[in-house]
Write a protein that binds this ligand. Structure first.
Ligand SMILES: Nc1ncnc2c1ncn2[C@@H]1O[C@H](COP(=O)(O)OP(=O)(O)O)[C@@H](O)[C@H]1O
Ligand SMILES: [Mg+2]
Length: 245
């Protein structure tokens, strides 16, 4: 087990953000954490990363956990390369070449200031910066946030490849439940600070409760990866149609 969270309770003042959450990630595993806005997903990641001190419960890690923070959190005025270097402050290997091999477009943009990049490119930098920390567990907070479907798909493929090729475990926090359940074998559903469900993604996808709450009703596989659940679904809607806000 690379991560073992037991009965975690986190409070912000009087408000309880996490109420007895337990969760595990095995070595080399890809696990999804889905749930609506405000469920406590970011709080959980920040507590695992040590940014928040829990009121009670325990967190055990067997390896380095590095987080890709929600909203990327790059230094906009710094270059891509300098942003990447920041990820390596606590490790010895500061060689950027493996990041550029993984994300070739970043190599061409290395001298550009981060704020000039598109959202998807910035997310690549945020993932690359996390990888510079040499994680055994990569905890990604909202990979897809604000990005067009094709861009999300490309990023997701990179994360899956990293997992397969390097054995790095992944905890993927996503509001896009369909994406998360597609690429992670196992998933947890967090609602209002509590685990509502947990299990194999294939089983969760078949659950009527999950379909109703997170998959926009019973829709065909693959279809809604492109279209947000809230957008009107046109019959025979073609490729490239899923970019409506
Ligand atoms: N720094 C904070 N101070 C007080 N309340 C917070 C803070 N951060 C988050 N919360 C509250 O905790 C709950 C969980 O938030 P968050 O972990 O950001 O959820 P999610 O990432 O699932 O959207 C929400 O009700 C949110 O308003
Ligand atoms: Mg969040």
């Amino acid at each position: 087990m690379i991560l073992e969270v037991r009965e975690l309770v986190v409070r912000y003042g009087q408000a309880t953000a996490l109420d007895g959450v337990s969760l595990e990630v095995g070595e080399g595993e890809m696990v999804a954490l889905v749930g609506p806005n405000g469920a406590g997903k970011t709080t959980l990641l920040n507590t695992i990363s040590g940014l928040i001190r829990p009121a009670s419960g325990s967190i055990r890690t067997a390896g380095r956990v590095v987080q890709v923070p929600e909203g990327r959190q790059l230094f906009g005025d710094m270059t891509v390369e300098d942003n990447l270097r920041l990820g390596a402050w606590r490790v010895r290997d500061r060689n950027l070449s493996h990041i550029y091999e993984l994300f070739p477009p970043l190599s061409e943009m290395r001298r550009r200031r981060a704020y000039t990049l598109s959202g998807g490119e910035q997310q690549m930098v945020a993932v690359g910066r996390a990888l510079m920390g040499g994680p055994q567990l990569l905890a990604v907070d909202e990979l897809s946030l604000g990005l067009a479907p094709l861009v999300v798909q490309n990023l997701a493929e990179h994360v899956v490849r990293l997992n397969r090729e390097s054995g790095m475990a992944v905890l993927l926090v996503e509001q896009n439940a369909r994406l998360a359940l597609d690429i992670c074998a196992r998933a947890y559903v967090l609602e209002a600070g509590r685990l509502a469900m947990a299990g194999q993604s294939a089983e969760l996808r078949r659950s009527p409760a999950v379909q109703a709450a997170y998959l926009g009703g019973a829709v065909g596989e693959g279809e809604a990866v492109r279209a947000p659940a809230t957008s009107p679904r046109t019959a025979g809607g073609g490729e490239g149609g899923g970019t409506a806000p």
